[in-house]
Design a protein around this ligand. Structure first.
Ligand SMILES: Cc1ncc(COP(=O)(O)O)c(C=O)c1O
Length: 340
C-alpha cells in the first residue's frame, strides 16, 4: 500500500469495510484532532449514507427527512458546465465545455468566483475555526463533475487558514482511474491531510481505508477507536491481489489510453447531437450529460434516459447513472477491465 501512496507523507492506515465507514472515520478524526466541529463539503457531492456522512452528502435523493449532518455545511459546486461560471479551458480533461471565456491560459475567472462562494460559506455558515473540508477530486455520483483547475488548491489553503483538515475522498478517483496519476488529488497538485479509499481497492470485496499522517494519527489516540471486521485477512488478501493486478496489467496506463480515446470520440457525439450536452472526465472516469437541447440545458427526462441506458445495455455497454437530475451516463464499472 505504501508503494502506491508514492510518498511517505502518509504513514498510518486504518482499514474499514466501506467508503461510508472510511469517510465517517475521517470526519470523526478531523473533529477530534482539530477540536473543531464544522465540516464543509460541495453541493452535489456523495460521501456515504451513514448518519455522519449523510451530512456531507449533498444530493437530496439520498437525504431522507431524518436528522442528519449536525455541523455540516455545503458550498456551491464548481460545475463549469451547468454552474453559473465556466469557460473554455477550465477543466483538466481532453474535452472542454462549449462555453467561451477570455481568461488567459494561466488564469481562471470561474475558479476565482467559485472560491469566493467557499469564502462566503465560511464567513456566514460555519464557525470561525472548522474541522475539515471533504471533497472528491472529481465528483462521481454527482455526475463526474470536474472542478476548474486550481480550485482545490485555493480551497485547501482557505480551509487550512481556518484550522481545518483537508480530506480527499478517493473512493471513485483512486487507484489510477484518472489515468495520468494514481490518486485523483495529484491531478490538482494538492496534498490532503486525510485520504479515504474504497471501491476499486477491493474490486467488489468489502474493503476500504483511511490514510493519514503520523501527526494526525497520534493526536487521534485520544479517541478510542476499533473496527471488528476492518482489515480482516480475506479482505486484505483480495485488496493485495487487486493492487498486484493494477500494477502487472498496467491498468493505470490503460485508463489513460482508452479513456482519452473514449473522451475524444464521445466529444464528436456531443458536437453532432443536440441531446448530448457535455462530455467530460479524465482517464476512465467519464460522464456524458444529456439534455433536451443545448440552449436551455434542461436535463433529459428520466424516461428517455432509461430508454438510452436500456438500449446501451442491449448493445453490451453498461453505463452507471449519475448527476443531480439522473441525466449523466457514467462509465463507472469499466475500470478494471483491460479494454486495450
Ligand atoms: C465518492 C464516494 N464516497 C463514498 C462512497 C460510499 O462508499 P460505500 O458505498 O462503500 O459506503 C461512495 C459510494 O458510491 C462514493 O462514490
Amino acid at each position: 500500500m505504501f508503494i502506491f501512496l508514492e510518498t511517505f507523507f502518509f504513514q498510518v492506515l486504518y482499514l474499514t469495510n466501506s467508503g461510508s465507514e472510511a469517510n465517517d472515520l475521517a470526519m470523526f478524526m478531523a473533529r477530534i484532532c482539530t477540536n473543531n466541529y464544522d465540516i464543509i463539503s460541495l453541493r452535489s457531492g456523495y460521501h456515504g449514507s451513514s448518519p455522519y456522512t449523510l451530512g456531507a452528502t449533498s444530493i437530496s435523493a439520498y437525504k431522507p427527512g431524518v436528522a442528519n449532518g449536525s455541523g455540516c455545511h455545503t458550498t456551491m459546486c464548481p460545475d463549469v458546465f451547468r454552474g453559473i461560471w465556466g469557460g473554455s479551458h477550465c477543466r483538466d480533461s481532453p474535452v472542454q465545455t462549449t462555453r467561451t471565456c477570455s481568461c488567459s491560459p494561466d488564469s481562471c475567472e470561474a475558479k476565482d468566483k467559485y472560491i469566493d462562494q467557499l469564502k462566503d460559506t465560511l464567513d456566514t455558515s460555519a464557525a470561525k475555526r472548522i474541522a475539515a473540508f471533504i471533497a472528491e477530486p472529481i465528483m462521481g455520483v454527482g455526475g463526474v463533475i470536474q472542478f476548474p483547475k486550481g480550485f482545490l488548491k485555493d480551497a485547501y489553503q482557505m480551509v487550512r487558514e481556518r484550522g481545518g483538515l483537508c480530506i480527499a475522498d478517493e473512493v471513485q478517483t483512486g487507484f489510477g482511474r484518472t489515468g495520468s496519476h494514481f490518486w485523483g488529488f495529484q491531478t490538482h497538485d494538492v496534498m490532503p491531510d486525510i485520504v479515504t479509499l474504497a471501491k476499486g481497492i477491493g474490486n467488489g470485496f468489502p474493503m476500504a481505508a483511511v490514510v493519514t499522517t503520523e501527526e494526525i494519527a497520534t493526536s487521534f489516540v485520544r479517541a478510542l477507536h476499533f473496527n471488528t471486521f476492518g482489515g480482516n485477512p480475506m479482505a486484505c488478501a483480495a485488496a493485495s491481489a487487486v493492487l498486484d493486478v493494477i500494477e502487472e496489467d498496467g491498468l493505470q496506463d490503460n485508463c489513460r489510453t482508452v479513456g482519452t480515446h473514449l473522451l475524444l470520440e464521445l466529444s464528436k457525439l456531443r458536437d453532432k447531437f443536440e441531446i448530448v450536452g457535455d462530455v467530460r472526465g479524465k482517464g476512465l472516469m467519464i460522464g456524458i450529460e444529456m439534455v433536451t437541447d443545448k440552449e436551455t440545458q434542461r436535463p433529459l427526462p428520466t424516461e428517455e434516459m432509461n430508454f438510452i441506458w436500456e438500449d446501451c445495455k442491449d448493445h453490451g455497454v453498461l453505463l452507471g447513472k449519475g448527476g443531480l437530475y439522473n441525466n449523466v451516463s457514467c462509465f463507472f464499472f469499466v475500470f478494471f477491465f483491460n479494454l486495450s
